[in-house]
Design a protein around this ligand. Sequence first.
Ligand SMILES: NC(=O)c1ccc[n+]([C@@H]2O[C@H](COP(=O)([O-])OP(=O)(O)OC[C@H]3O[C@@H](n4cnc5c(N)ncnc54)[C@H](O)[C@@H]3O)[C@@H](O)[C@H]2O)c1
Length: 344
Amino acid sequence: MVQWWLDFAIKRREKKLNDAFGSLQAGDVFSARGRRVLLTGAAGHIGSVIAKVFALNGAEMFLTDINQAGLDEVCAECAAAGAKARAHAADLRSTDAMKALAQETLAFFDNRVDALIHCGGLTWSYPMLHEDDEAFDRHFQTSVRSFWNLARALLPSMKAAGGGSITVIASTHGHRADGACALYAASKAALLSMTGTLAGEFGADGIRVNSVSPGWILGYKPKYYWDRALDLIKPEFRAEAAEKVAGHQDELAKLIQTLPRVGRPEDVAMACLYLTSDAARFVTGADIVLDGGKTRVQFESRAGIAQMRRRYEAEDATHQYLHNLPLEYWLAGELPPWHHKRHK
Ligand SMILES: NC(=O)c1ccc[n+]([C@@H]2O[C@H](COP(=O)([O-])OP(=O)(O)OC[C@H]3O[C@@H](n4cnc5c(N)ncnc54)[C@H](O)[C@@H]3O)[C@@H](O)[C@H]2O)c1
């Protein structure tokens, strides 16, 4: 009798959950099927992968970036994956452009946008005494004011539709001071603050607002001179050098975080997919830190000075590799000038 009642209770609970989600198959619940998504920074390293992951998982995509050529390429890839997709180049720093972008998006999606993913932005800033007012404005306009403008333009339609999802790509730098990048860190902290506040303001309207804070993700980062160096290597040698440099970056990652590799854009895209999907329907005001354990685990301080020394040795190994590349590898036929200056 007790067993019968238990079975009955479990079946009833399963049915309730099934009714709520429509299905308990992960493939159905963790999906972007039918979602109408506006994505900024779609031509970037992380944004282009988010675009493709969403397209492959059933979303309709409105893609924007300042880089028209890159944007067109990503849009074609989304279409090839079977998604309805449109590209619209726009400058995040311009309020008028953001208003026009929101209008275009609403027109494309028949006035219903389900999700905004704000990935466009700058990836680094320099030490404070090397920056100026123009840099300050550039960082805050590109990252923060653009989001403010887009969210303001899209929230009324999400409210009218009874809900929506907003995901912002912030950074671990918005949580914890790490390196001399005050403008970058402050702009990401502002985004984290704004997402939390909006989650509170629009929860009752069924609109969820979350963020993702990546740590170190493989891609172009002006902070790391070897990434910048790849652009200066002749195309025919670039793949070989990129593979070598990625290997060095994985080695370096072992020394600063607990998971022994640098993050990949796919890692960020999967978190965005989760936050946009039904699987996260009870998640708002949250931030997913994707950093291989760098921020929370305090790996460096635990490991101490010896660990730091190994880290610098690994950086030096990368430098040595680039420095020893034959001169014919470099576009200009010689080492880039900053390469000499920095490492004499
Ligand atoms: N790569 C990392 O390690 C890392 C870590 C944490 C957070 N992030 C964040 O992830 C996001 C994507 O970074 P990424 O590594 O792909 O860099 P990325 O430079 O490849 O991508 C950024 C994209 O934003 C676009 N963009 C820049 N300024 C713009 C403007 N004024 N108007 C319109 N578009 C503009 C660029 O064209 C580019 O396509 C950024 O917000 C970055 O801060 C990256």
